[in-house]
Design a protein. Sequence first.
Lengths: 116, 112
Amino acid sequence: DVKVTQSSRYLVKRTGEKVFLECVQDMDHENMFWYRQDPGLGLRLIYFSYDVKMKEKGDIPEGYSVSREKKERFSLILESASTNQTSMYLCASSRPGQGYSNTEAFFGQGTRLTVV
Amino acid sequence: AQSVTQLGSHVSVSEGALVLLRCNYSSSVPPYLFWYVQYPNQGLQLLLKYTTGATLVKGINGFEAEFKKSETSFHLTKPSAHMSDAAEYFCAVKIRDDKIIFGKGTRLHILP
């Protein structure tokens, strides 16, 4: 069974802390994503990685960075957490889109982060 | 810029009635289209997808969607709603650079 695993379901951090959200997939997917989910705003793409050490900014990258040193692992970093980063964070992975029918994204269970 | 629009942030239907959730997309190239469902405190689960071929796509739990290129739509339907269908539903499009863009979601309420 395919799996995307996020390291924590719930996190509480203090303002100004450096926060690491970890995501691991076991499907050998090239693409990995970090989304943020807020009520009424849907899922907004923070960062996208299409290969090891390769990344692209999504729609809301400010205040975030990412790291992909190995194909299976994609980390989201909040350099200095702020209260407006309190949210649900979802990690996903997928195969490349060109020429494949099974190109959907597979999601982890999400990490609910609260910054106090 | 590519985008996905879901009409109605909340939709209520009676148990046994038709479910219709609307999704329109904008894309300059033929897209891959998806519907996902999210139950409380869960990640997203794929309901169905359109990549190529038949424009009427069947998914899990009795849902289906029809890709209409002329209308740039991919509406989700189910003939008869069940209480267990209460959840949030997201339409998504995968574009040329492999990014997946989501709509804002529609919360489906089922009335007894």
